[in-house]
Write a new protein. Structure first.
Length: 286
């Protein structure tokens, strides 16, 4: 007969349970440094929605012309730029250090808030406060932007592309392009067409380079410069309006130029492959 000491058995059970918890808890609940940066991304996106509501929409609905709209619009866009910085660095940190198993999911959810909801809401509010805008049509444009980001993030999780490239315009770049179009104060029809065109680029198959190395440094420099332009515009500094228009125009030009370069590169690659194939067949002929 085997005698089991109840105290020893209870101790073993507690030890086994403790071992299981020690093995499972860090994998499921512990946040890495990269995850913390990702949560900063989500926080910036939410606060961008907050400033768009309290500083632009509510004063407009209440008839308050205290000048809050310009400062709040600049703050909302600066927060989206900060979200882009967090998004840039969480990927770099995740590659250098270890990320938690839920890092990819956190990144997608945060990107949806900062680069999907926030710019779409910005377009919606623009349709409500701009004198020449049509609210319902602007709402359709905002929905198109939001759905484009949803589809782009879902495809990013399912489709494997070659290393070093994105398929479709990255959502941070797309969000900044959308708000640049709105801030440029073009006629409503042109603004809506440009916004929808940007949404299409986000779900297209055009290849965009990933921000690594020199490109990441250049992107960070551009974001910091854009923050400076927005601050100058918000505080009505001399030439602030011109700086804002130049920055927005440059952002739109970059958004339109990159697909052209990508298409030209694809065409050249196709021609080179055809020429090499033709030369190979000619060489095989006796």
């Amino acid at each position: 007969m085997t005698v089991i000491d109840p105290d020893t058995q209870a101790t073993n059970w507690v030890a086994e349970d403790g071992d299981d918890d020690a093995e499972e808890m860090p994998l499921s609940l512990r946040l890495s440094i990269a995850d913390t940066l990702t949560l900063g991304n989500a926080t910036c996106g939410f606060m961008a929605v907050y400033f768009t509501t309290t500083g632009i929409l509510i004063p407009h609905l209440s008839g308050d012309e205290s000048g809050m709209a310009r400062n709040s619009a600049a703050t909302a866009v600066i927060l989206m730029l900060c979200a882009a910085v967090f998004d840039l660095f969480d990927g770099l940190v995740a590659r250098k250090l270890r990320s938690s198993p839920m890092g990819a999911e956190l990144d997608n959810l945060s990107d949806l808030i900062s680069f999907g909801l926030a710019p779409a809401y910005f377009v919606l509010v623009y349709g409500m406060v701009a004198s020449d805008a049509h609210e319902r049509v602007a709402a359709v444009g905002a929905i198109v932007v939001l759905l484009a980001v949803v589809l782009r993030l879902a495809r990013f999780s399912c489709v494997t592309v070659k290393d070093g490239t994105f398929q479709g315009m990255p959502s941070p770049f797309g969000a900044l392009t959308v708000v640049s179009i709105v801030l440029l104060e073009l006629p409503f029809e042109a603004t809506l067409l440009a916004v929808v065109g940007t949404a299409w680029l986000m779900v297209s198959r055009v290849e965009y380079p990933k921000p690594r190395g020199i490109l990441a440094v250049a992107m960070l420099g551009w974001i910091v410069s854009a923050m400076g332009m927005l601050a100058a515009w918000a505080f009505d500094a001399p030439g602030g309006q011109l700086l804002l228009q130049m920055g927005c125009a440059l952002q739109i030009v970059m958004a339109a130029t990159i697909p052209l370069f990508a298409t030209a590169r694809r065409v050249n690659t196709f021609r080179d492959n055809r020429r090499e194939s033709r030369e190979a067949r000619t060489a095989q002929v006796p």
